[in-house]
Write a new protein. Structure first.
Length: 423
């Protein structure tokens, strides 16, 4: 019915009328009201059920942040969770196939049940991996799941003040949004059409993993030989090599050769992990000045040098066992600070882009005004001259610990149980 209404609106109202209504956001307001009424009816029905089926959409292992929440649901007899493997629709066939293989291997190891669609699974609740309409096939669109409550936990630690980061259809129509801090809830109030009325402050999911593993033995060894005394540096770079209104932070083209040269120059003192955004390779394939051959040759260099490697997929242990990060990414501006280790931001100026939280996180980074990448490696990482150490620790205490003296997973589950009148 919802999809039929949407198609009726598109078909029978001319573009000029739709544009006028669009400026008033009447369609969005209608659907916000519609989903609020619908959700009340669904909650009344679900509150009487003895088993709640919950689907978690996963697009890529690197985007998966919800393991502790999934595990907590597995242990609760009320919930029946399932991971749905949905790689980005715009990936070419080869990359899509590789993405699915990596996800299958990852979730098999975790013993998490998974499927590639919801054909045989009637989800009562669905957690989306991203809020964008193009992130999922039409079968998983919010307009095509009339009997499902929608939830969203940001796939990244949001540091920008872009309206599109808070005001997509899913943001406004979801049953519950789980945001990391009170600052993010405040951002939603100012930027979302629904004023963020569906936002719950629960903390950022990766906090549970970082905090519980502070003194735990590593679950993997991405850096190889543990006895190797060389400093471990992560270079992480975004996929936005062609700036657009949604993202403009990648400096990969500027630093692509620089970091290979630095790896060679300091091969006796450092190991560098190249951590590309999950779709950077796809973006480079499409970029006229690079293309598939040049991209594959470049990635091969990182796999060939004696002190470099490519880090893909899950990056928790990569970060925990590293000594420093150099990056241009939004989310890592906050995420890496769970390690409390030094980081250098090499992206473009963010003073007009980042929100209050993002600027606070950026303030405890080193910037290009402090040092270039080589000086950062020499002085801060190798020689240990780290004047921002105390500022990072203070930021961790003030902004990164989950609220309510609970884990993030416990906070999320409590909000769901409360919303379903189950506690």
């Amino acid at each position: 019915m919802i999809l039929a209404l949407k198609h009726f609106y598109t078909r029978f109202f001319p573009a000029s009328v739709r544009n006028f209504f669009g400026s008033l956001r009447l369609k969005d307001r209608f659907f916000i009201a519609y989903f609020k009424r619908r959700d009340k009816k669904l909650i009344k029905r679900l509150s009487k059920k003895e088993s709640i089926s919950v689907a978690f959409v996963c697009m890529d292992v690197a985007f998966w942040k919800y393991g502790r929440i999934f595990s907590l649901m597995q242990k609760n007899p009320l919930f029946n969770p399932l991971v749905v493997l949905v790689p980005r629709p715009d990936l070419d066939a080869q990359l899509k196939s590789k993405c699915i293989e990596e996800m299958e291997l990852y979730f098999k190891k975790l013993n998490f049940p998974y499927a590639q669609d919801l054909e045989n699974f009637k989800a009562d609740i669905i957690f989306y991996a991203q809020p964008y309409k193009t992130s999922v096939p039409e079968s998983l669109s919010v307009y095509n799941l009339p009997n499902t409550l929608f939830c969203y936990i940001p796939y990244a630690f949001w540091v920008s003040n872009y309206q599109w980061g808070y005001d997509q259809s899913l943001h406004n129509m979801a049953w519950k949004l789980f945001y990391p801090t009170a600052i993010h809830k405040e951002n939603a109030y100012h930027l979302a059409l629904n004023k963020g009325e569906n936002v719950c402050v629960t903390g950022y999911p990766l906090a549970d993993i970082f905090l519980e593993k502070q003194n735990a033995p590593p679950s993997s060894h991405p850096w190889g030989d543990e006895s190797d005394q060389r400093k471990r540096i992560v270079w992480a770079t975004h996929n936005s090599i062609i700036p657009n209104k949604y993202s403009d932070c990648s400096t990969f083209l500027q630093y692509a050769d620089v970091f290979l040269d630095l790896a060679t120059k300091y091969q006796d003192q450092v190991i560098i992990a190249f951590k590309p955004h999950p779709i950077l390779k796809h973006s480079l394939y499409q970029y006229p000045q690079w293309g598939k051959q040049k991209t594959d040759e470049y990635f091969h260099k990182w796999e060939s040098l004696p002190n470099t490697f490519i880090a893909a997929g899950d990056y928790i242990e990569l970060f925990k066992q590293s000594d420093a990060l150099i990056h241009d990414c939004g989310s890592f501006t906050a995420e890496y600070l769970y390690t409390q280790k030094p980081c250098l931001f090499v992206g473009p100026p963010r003073d007009k882009v980042y929100c209050k939280f993002g600027l606070k996180a950026l303030d405890v980074h080193y910037s290009l005004n402090d040092c270039n990448p080589e000086d950062f490696i020499k002085d801060v990482v190798i020689d240990g001259k780290d004047p921002k150490e105390e500022k990072r620790k203070a930021f961790f205490d003030d902004y990164l610990l989950p609220p309510h003296n609970q884990t993030v997973a416990q906070n999320v589950l409590q909000e769901i149980l409360k919303g379903l009148h189950k506690c």
